[in-house]
Design a protein around this ligand. Structure first.
Ligand SMILES: [Zn+2]
Length: 450
C-alpha cells in the first residue's frame, strides 16, 4: 500500500517535470516583445520560431513555418481588448492587445492675418507646400535669419507669402516671434555664373536673406528667390541644365546665394560613397522571426560593401563600423561634410499594419526621394535581387530623412524582410551579406561607369 502511494507520487512528480521541460522546449515569440500592448493599428503582427515538429496555431488558425522554424502571422484587431492565443502541441502563450481609436485632430481653419515680416530661427527649416508634416510637401530648407512675410495661419503653421501666386507654410515654432527686422526691404545686388569640370555654379546676391525654392524640372533645375517685401511679384529665377547624373545644393551667406549643380563622377576613383548601416546601438531596428536584430544584419552588409568599394578605389565614408548609436541628423551632417556623391542606406524591412500572410511581403525594395536618385534605385533593385536571390519588391518614392537632401544621389535599400519566414532562410545564410554587397557594387558600376 505504502509502496504504491510512493510510486504514484514519484510518477506524478516526473510527469510535472516532463511537462515543464516540454513547455520550455516550445516556440519563441520575438515580436511583440510584451504580452500586453496597445496599438492604433488594424493588425497585430506575431513573429517567432517553432521547435522541430512543432505545429503552431494562432487563434486556432494553423500557421505555416519555414524549414528553420520561422513563422509570421498578423491578426485583425477589433476595437478594445483582443486576446490572442498562440498554441502548439507543447506550449501555449496568451497575448493581450488593446486597440485604441486613433486620436482625431480638430481641423483648424485658415485665418487671414495682417502681413508681418519675421525671421527664421535656424538653418534647415522646412518650408512646406501645405500645413502638414509630410516629407513630400517640403519645397525648401530655409536658412537662419531668412526674412519671411506671413499673412495667414492654420493651427501650428503660418502661411508664408512668396509672390502673387505662390504661398508656402512654416511651423510657427520655427520663426522668432520677437524678431523685429528693420523695415527696409531687401534689394538685388548682382548675379554671376561659373562653369567647372564637374559642376555648374550660379550665384545671386541680395542685401538680406530671402526665402527660396528649388524645383527639379524635366531638363533643368530651377532656383527661385522671392522678395515679396519689394513687390507682389518680385521673383528671381536661376536655371541650370541638368547633367545625366547629378545632385545639387544651395548655400547662403549674408544674402549671397550659391546654387550648385554637380555631376556624379564617372569612375569609382574620385567618387565619395557613404555607406550607412541603418540603426545601431540603442536602436535595434526591426526584429526577425528567429530573434535577429536588423541593426546587426545591416552592419554586416555595410562592412562587406566597404571592402568591395575600397577595392574599386572609391572614397568610402561609413556612418558606423560598430554597434553604436548615431542619429539621423548626424548621418546627414556627416554625408554633407564629406561632400558625398552617393548615399547608400542599408536596411532590412518589416511591416506593421497590414494583413500579413508571410508570403506576400518579401524581398528587396529600393527607395528614393528626389528625382535624381530614381535611376540608381531602379538599377539596384534589379542587381541586388539577382545577386542575393531575393524576390523583387519594387522601387518606391518615400520620404526617409537620410535620402531627403538633394546634396547627393541617395537611396535606401530594404534588403529583405526581417519578418518573412522565407526571407529568414536567405538572410541567415553565411553568404547573404556578401551577395548583397556584390549586387550593390554591380549596380553602382552600371550607374557610375555607364
Ligand atoms: Zn531599418
Amino acid at each position: 500500500m505504502f509502496n504504491y502511494r510512493f510510486i504514484r507520487r514519484v510518477f506524478l512528480i516526473l510527469l510535472m517535470l516532463a511537462a515543464v521541460t516540454i513547455q520550455s522546449y516550445g516556440f519563441e515569440i520575438y515580436y511583440p516583445k510584451e504580452k500586453k500592448s496597445e496599438t492604433t493599428y488594424d493588425y497585430g503582427l506575431f513573429i517567432g520560431k517553432a521547435r522541430n515538429t512543432e505545429l503552431i496555431s494562432i487563434n486556432n488558425i494553423n500557421i505555416h513555418t519555414a524549414s528553420n522554424g520561422a513563422f509570421a502571422h498578423s491578426v485583425k484587431l477589433k476595437d478594445g481588448e483582443n486576446r490572442i492565443v498562440i498554441r502548439s502541441n507543447y506550449s501555449t502563450k496568451v497575448y493581450n492587445v488593446y486597440k485604441k481609436k486613433p486620436a482625431i485632430k480638430a481641423a483648424a481653419e485658415i485665418k487671414e492675418l495682417e502681413k508681418r515680416t519675421l525671421l527664421v530661427k535656424s538653418d534647415n527649416t522646412p518650408l512646406r507646400r501645405a500645413p502638414e508634416d509630410i516629407g513630400y510637401n517640403i519645397v525648401s530648407y530655409l536658412f537662419k535669419d531668412t526674412r519671411i512675410v506671413v499673412n495667414g495661419e492654420k493651427g501650428i503653421y503660418y502661411r508664408v507669402f512668396l509672390s502673387k501666386d505662390k504661398t508656402a507654410w512654416i511651423l510657427k515654432s520655427d520663426v522668432d516671434e520677437n524678431s523685429c527686422p528693420d523695415t527696409e526691404p531687401a534689394s538685388f545686388v548682382n548675379m554671376d555664373s561659373e562653369r567647372f569640370k564637374n559642376a555648374n555654379v550660379q550665384t545671386i546676391t541680395f542685401t538680406k536673406n530671402l526665402p527660396y525654392t528649388v524645383e527639379d524640372g524635366e531638363k533643368e533645375i530651377l532656383f527661385r528667390v522671392y522678395n515679396p517685401e519689394l513687390s507682389d511679384n518680385s521673383v528671381y529665377t536661376l536655371n541650370i541644365l541638368k547633367p545625366k547624373k547629378y545632385f545639387y545644393n544651395v548655400t547662403l551667406n549674408d544674402g549671397f546665394y550659391t546654387f550648385k549643380v554637380s555631376e556624379v563622377p564617372k569612375t569609382f576613383e574620385g567618387c565619395t560613397i557613404v555607406v550607412d548601416a541603418g540603426h545601431g546601438g540603442e536602436q535595434d531596428g526591426a526584429a526577425g522571426c528567429l530573434g535577429d536584430k536588423e541593426k546587426d544584419i545591416n552592419l554586416k552588409i555595410a562592412l562587406e560593401l566597404q571592402q568591395l568599394l575600397k577595392q574599386r578605389g572609391a572614397n568610402v565614408v561609413m556612418t558606423r563600423e560598430c554597434d553604436g548609436t548615431i542619429t539621423l541628423k548626424d548621418r546627414i551632417r556627416l554625408a554633407k561634410a564629406r561632400e558625398a556623391n552617393i548615399y547608400l542606406s542599408i536596411h532590412m524591412n518589416s511591416i506593421g499594419n497590414v494583413a500579413f500572410s508571410g508570403i506576400k511581403h518579401r524581398g528587396t525594395g529600393v527607395y528614393y526621394f528626389n528625382r535624381n536618385s530614381r535611376e540608381l534605385a531602379e538599377i539596384l533593385e534589379k542587381t541586388i535581387s539577382k545577386s542575393a536571390g531575393t524576390r523583387r519588391d519594387g522601387v518606391k518614392s518615400r520620404s526617409f530623412a537620410v535620402i531627403r537632401p538633394a546634396n547627393y544621389v541617395g537611396v535606401l535599400i530594404e534588403t529583405a524582410f526581417m519578418i518573412n519566414p522565407s526571407d529568414t532562410l536567405l538572410y541567415r545564410s553565411p553568404e547573404f551579406a556578401k551577395n548583397v554587397a556584390e549586387g550593390i557594387v554591380t549596380g553602382l558600376e552600371e550607374f557610375i561607369c555607364e
